[in-house]
Ligand binder design. Sequence first.
Ligand code: FES
Length: 85
Amino acid sequence: MKPKIEIVICMGSSCYARGNKISLELIKAWLNEKKVDAEIGFKGQLCSGLCSKGPILIINGQTYQDVHPANVLNILQTAINGVFA
Ligand code: FES
């Protein structure tokens, strides 16, 4: 079954160095805590071509720019709000 939500984190060097290294760990811990493995797919990808606007996170095809460890979990909560209702 295809996950309801797909999260893609940019692992290109710019995004990785500017926050996605930490955001990656925060998202993994969040997914583990929520136990939503079947509903949410999570993967990394190479440079998304938006380095100047990064760090980049993509949720169900929508690109979020300027994502940092301080706001990544808020972005996730907002993006999936209602999906599991
Ligand atoms: S490294 Fe993320 S957009 Fe280029």
